[in-house]
Design a protein around this ligand. Structure first.
Ligand SMILES: CC(C)(COP(=O)(O)OP(=O)(O)OC[C@H]1O[C@@H](n2cnc3c(N)ncnc32)[C@H](O)[C@@H]1OP(=O)(O)O)[C@@H](O)C(=O)NCCC(=O)NCCS
Length: 428
């Protein structure tokens, strides 16, 4: 089946992004997703009856509302007959949501769809140990107080310790940060190069905030239950960051020999983001001027036991090939910054003839990444990275910036847990 409808990115919106445990500490990912999608619908004045599907991404789901997509659709007043679901492609989850909706529109199964994602790292499920969980279940079934108490007999102190989700690869046990550290070492990415990327991220995000580009992509969130507090700006951006301040930070994941710090890693973040997609025909019929169109996409994966976050360097050439384009044709690039070491490693691979020969089976490098066209409004290091939402943030920013510059082609990439990488080409 080939796609027969061109898919337009009509609009995108996100909540402000907040350091986990701060402005959105009392909200769930669902609260954030609802706030974002509700306002996306209001701002675009899209008729909810047009919406054929909604897909949301989330990486650490709530055990109480695991189908974020469906609950969001119901919570924002879409007709109950609109199917909606949730996807998890780790940090590229919102990208996966976008391509699922784009696929439905492309095939003619829907004219209009909403795709995005949300994450609350303030609201991660905290588990009991298996022994404690078994005791609780047994106690709930016990008929007498004595039997209830007996259910807890034999528990050791360590069985009472909470079990929190780890940001680690289940297959290797390495955390994301340790994986970034490994990439920095194996690829010879210096501390200076990483801090330079982080510094640029903050500087550019500050400019894009002050000139209104980023605030225009954000909705305000009124914080329940009293709705007296309104969050209308990101709180992670550090305007006072200097190269010297970054250089003074201690490494976190390898305290002795490491180079990855709190300054050159993306921080733990709460937030939501979503885009409105339409078939070109529907957009035209209803008088919408699309920001951009989806030209191609690709997903790739590497062995997590190797260099975990190199997926983009495989997905990018694949998406470019599917678009019939070269890197040199691209006017703007949005590369998700999980870690500066990951950004630098992927750029190094794209610019390497050896990588091209060994990994892509092509004669020469994919191309040169023009740093002046890369993450022009900052990236995840400065803005934050709510895992499930980031893909929709980068898609929105890229589409808006393409329109603002009246540029032709934009490329985005996102690295993800499990060794995956996502890339998409937008066009105007
Ligand atoms: C790296 C990480 C552990 C740091 O967490 P943290 O210690 O809570 O980070 P903080 O923001 O408190 O920063 C630590 C210190 O560095 C300082 N700092 C951080 N960024 C800075 C910057 N840009 N400039 C100057 N100082 C900075 C902070 O002020 C703080 O200083 P303090 O200890 O004197 O208060 C955490 O952000 C993390 O785990 N990130 C990776 C997330 C991840 O794996 N994502 C998956 C991607 S695929």
């Amino acid at each position: 089946m080939s796609l027969h409808n061109r898919v337009a990115v009509v609009a995108g919106l996100r909540t402000p992004f907040a350091r986990a445990g701060t402005a959105f500490a009392d909200l769930t990912a669902l609260d954030l997703a609802r706030a974002c999608v509700r306002e996306l619908i209001e701002r675009t004045e899209v008729d909810p009856a047009w919406v054929g599907t909604l897909v949301m991404g989330q990486v650490i789901p709530s055990v109480k509302a695991p189908n974020l997509g469906r609950e969001t659709a119901l919570g924002v007043g879409l007709p109950p007959g609109v199917p909606a679901h949730t996807v998890n492609r780790a940090c590229a989850s919102a990208n996966e949501a976008i391509v699922q909706v784009a696929g439905a529109i492309g095939l003619g199964h829907a004219d209009v769809g909403i795709a995005g994602g949300a994450e609350s790292l303030s609201d991660v499920p905290i588990l009991h140990s298996r022994r404690m969980a078994r005791a609780l279940v047994a106690a709930s079934r016990a008929k007498s107080l004595g039997a209830k108490l007996h259910a807890f007999a034999g528990l050791r102190l360590r069985d009472l310790a909470p079990d929190t989700p780890a940001l680690a690869e289940p297959s290797t046990g390495l955390s994301m940060g340790q994986s970034a550290e490994k990439m920095a070492k194996e690829n010879g990415i210096t501390r200076e190069a990483q801090d330079e990327i982080a510094f640029r991220s903050h500087r550019r995000a500050a400019v894009a905030t002050d000139d209104g580009r980023l605030p225009a992509e954000m909705c305000a969130v009124h914080v329940p239950p009293r709705y007296e507090t309104t969050v209308s700006a990101d709180n992670l951006l550090r305007r006072d960051t200097t190269i010297a301040a970054l250089a003074a930070l201690p490494p976190v994941f390898d305290r002795k020999y490491g180079t990855v710090t709190a300054g050159n890693a993306s921080p733990l973040t709460d937030g939501a983001a979503a885009v409105l997609l339409m078939s070109e025909e529907k957009a035209r019929a209803e008088g919408y001027e699309p920001l951009a169109y989806i030209r191609s996409w690709a997903v790739a994966a590497v062995d997590p036991g190797g260099q975990l976050l190199m997926g983009p360097a495989l997905a990018i050439p694949r998406a470019l090939e599917r678009a019939g384009l070269e890197l040199a044709d691209i006017d703007l690039i949005e590369m998700h910054e999980a870690f500066a070491a990951q950004v630098a490693s992927n750029i190094q691979a794209l610019e390497s003839d050896t990588w091209a020969r060994e990994k892509l089976g092509r004669e020469s490098k994919v191309g040169t990444v023009d740093r002046d066209r890369l993450n022009v409004g900052g990236g995840s290091i400065a803005l934050g990275h709510p895992f499930g939402a980031t893909g929709a943030r980068v898609t929105t920013t890229l589409a808006n910036e393409l329109k603002r510059r009246n540029a032709h082609f934009g490329l985005l990439s996102v690295c993800a847990q499990g060794g995956m990488g996502f890339a998409m080409v937008l066009e105007r």
